[in-house]
Design a protein around this ligand. Structure first.
Ligand SMILES: NC(=O)c1ccc[n+]([C@@H]2O[C@H](COP(=O)([O-])OP(=O)(O)OC[C@H]3O[C@@H](n4cnc5c(N)ncnc54)[C@H](OP(=O)(O)O)[C@@H]3O)[C@@H](O)[C@H]2O)c1
Length: 280
């Protein structure tokens, strides 16, 4: 059964999706990347996270190839560059993304990180896109608690549907205040780099390895299940390798026990005080 997370308006979206950073960067890898995304969709990972930045727009084109004929089953997330996040820049960037994605709407459109354009202008532009039916929801990425508080005070700022941030066992700062704040207002957090990113050391963690053994799983699967344990966090691992896709799709079925979580805490301790948001 597909696990879901609720958006602030109560709409359910898949709790486990697929990332696409670094896809579309090499022509040789494109076929494998499209096949990986297609397999992930077949296995139930129907939320796809992309951005105008990834592969210079090419990742969105690969998403279009992988999702052709299945648009209505999918929840597509894309992101606007901060330098495009002006009143006129947002709709223009969105049109370009829609064209590359070969669709008439983006389900969730995020500001990739904070830039120099006033937030109020970006929100106004997002709301106009929503009214025009070009996007269903908008949100932010790489926003710390103080950014969320500032956003919430703006006109329509409370319409923000999600905040996408770095979150895995080696970077847990959000558990101190950002995640509790988002949970309190009913806003999901999207955990990026949930298996520790490309070539990261997380998957060699002795704690994850020991827990994985007990579940007949892999450390990557444990990392994904760990991120999803709150019920309000959406995990978006990226995998171009078919075996990784299969593993990741199955990770949504793993329920970690109190003993598992304690073992992970001992090696990857939760924050005791406010930490600035880690960003990739
Ligand atoms: N908003 C932001 O600023 C931001 C920043 C970073 C990422 N993101 C989003 O979040 C997504 C995920 O983050 P990420 O790509 O940085 O890191 P990630 O998903 O934690 O890690 C991706 C890397 O892990 C490998 N991998 C995936 N599944 C695996 C498994 N089961 N076992 C072993 N290795 C596995 C992948 O290899 P293969 O590809 O070879 O399978 C790839 O090298 C991105 O793709 C992007 O959509 C957003």
């Amino acid at each position: 059964m597909t696990r879901c997370v609720r958006l602030p308006d109560g709409t359910e979206v898949p709790a486990l999706g697929q990332g696409t950073w670094h896809m579309g960067e090499s022509a040789r890898a494109a076929e494998q990347e499209v096949a990986a995304l297609k397999l992930g969709i077949e296995l139930g990972m129907t939320l796809i996270d992309t951005a105008e930045m990834y592969g210079n727009g090419r990742a969105e084109e690969l998403v279009a190839e992988a999702t052709a004929g299945k648009r209505d089953e999918l929840f597509i997330v894309s992101k606007v560059y901060p330098h495009n996040a002006s009143r006129a820049g947002v709709p223009a960037a969105c049109e370009r993304s829609l064209k590359r994605l070969r669709t008439d709407r983006i389900d969730l459109y995020l500001l990739h990180w904070r830039g120099s354009h006033p937030l109020a202008e970006t929100v106004e532009a997002f709301e106009a896109l929503k009214a025009a039916g070009k996007i269903r929801y908008w949100g932010v990425s790489n926003f710390d608690t103080k950014d969320m508080l500032e956003l919430a005070k703006l006109p329509h700022g409370d319409a923000c549907a999600a905040n996408q941030v770095l979150y895995h066992p080696d970077t847990r700062g959000i558990e101190f205040d950002l995640l509790p704040w988002c949970t309190r207002v009913g806003m999901p957090v999207m955990a990026y780099s949930p298996v520790g990113g490309q070539g990261g050391p997380l998957l060699r963690s002795p704690a994850l390895t020991a827990v994985a053994k007990r579940h007949d799983a892999t450390p990557a699967q444990v990392a994904i299940a760990w991120g999803m344990r709150h019920g309000t966090v959406i995990s978006i691992p990226k995998a171009s390798n078919e075996a990784h896709v299969r593993e990741n799709a199955a990770a949504g079925e793993i329920s970690l026990t109190a003993e598992d979580l304690a073992e992970i805490d001992a090696r990857h301790p939760p924050p005791r005080r406010k930490q600035g948001l880690d960003i990739l």
